[in-house]
Ligand binder design. Sequence first.
Ligand code: SAH
Ligand code: SF4
Length: 373
Amino acid sequence: MRTNLLDLDADRLAGWFAARGEKAFRARQVMKWLHQACVDDFDAMTDLARTLREDLREHATIASPPVVSDRIAGDGTRKWLYDVGNGNAVEAVFIPEVDRGTLCVSTQAGCAVDCAFCSTGKQGFSRNLTAGEIVAQLWSANRLLRSATALRPITNVVFMGMGEPLLNFDNTVTALRIMLDDNAYGLSRRRVTVSTSGVVPMIDRLADECPVALAVSLHAPTDSLRDMLVPINRKYPLADLMAACRRYVAKAPRDFVTFEYIMLDGVNDTPEHARALVDLVADVPCKFNLIPFNPFSVAGTQIAFRRSDMGRVRRFAELLAEGGLVATTRKTRGDDIAAACGQLAGEVRDRTQREVRIIRKSMSADAGGIFST
Ligand code: SAH
Ligand code: SF4
């Protein structure tokens, strides 16, 4: 079986070349071709001997899951849907802003954590993505964006797409290492954020093995409420999570953790909840990011939660501020193409499958439009 070179971080690539009797600097050369030039063809690697290029063709691939949908929202947000086989699709979203370009990547097809408000959770868990499939989202986005805009359109990566990155720990860390590598994407640790529902032991491992910016999906100030919204809380309750956050900050590239807090009308958005949060995080250096809930439906039925209205969100943010906390409210982007947080799977699997089918049909009819391959 041929090795997908997008799966290999610098050490593994050097090991792979060493096993073929090649010098270590070949790995660095190839790393640059793969991730800086973003080539998909060994023949484009013009500073490699022809015999080496032939050897690579025989034993290696540069394999990215096929892009089956490519859509751009009115606000410039762009969403790609990748076919990862067996009827599974995952998504990546590019969010352009004045001073940066952020790519949101997926780490799993589906998710086993099954948060009450999340469309990915409602799909169930299919499988972990390989490191190459995670990296390929950045690799292919770079290829597609570079032709359209600036040379380095992606300045930040957030692991906030489908799946729980810390339950696919090894592949997530390999992908992180490639994203941070100076011979690859050279992103700074502060500009790469892993978001977790709170897999406590893996937060510690991330701090030790590959510290990057950390976001924790908090969503509730008490165990009883969080047990319902984020079921992994039953295994790793709030006291343990807060302690893990404190330990993480000591080793992290940023001196705070970002707490994500989804605003669910009447569920977790009252002044009492805000005050309880202030107490909960009293000794964790942190910032809050309030996320208005994005509705979606499961098999045609709208999920029971509602988005808190903006007045309520503002009041909540004020109360956090009065408690000495910094709180920002996330702008919802890409609504019109279901690219907002938690909508990535659209109407849950069903819709994803239908979308893939529609695209296949339109491709075979050679139709243009918003979809491309
Ligand atoms: N599994 C990780 C990362 C992916 S989810 C995690 O849970 O942190 C990324 C963010 O989107 C999380 O904060 C999650 O709570 C949020 N999210 C999920 N569903 C949402 C929805 N319907 N509306 C708004 N945000 C949502
Ligand atoms: Fe999984 Fe995150 Fe969705 Fe929860 S919010 S189900 S952890 S992807």
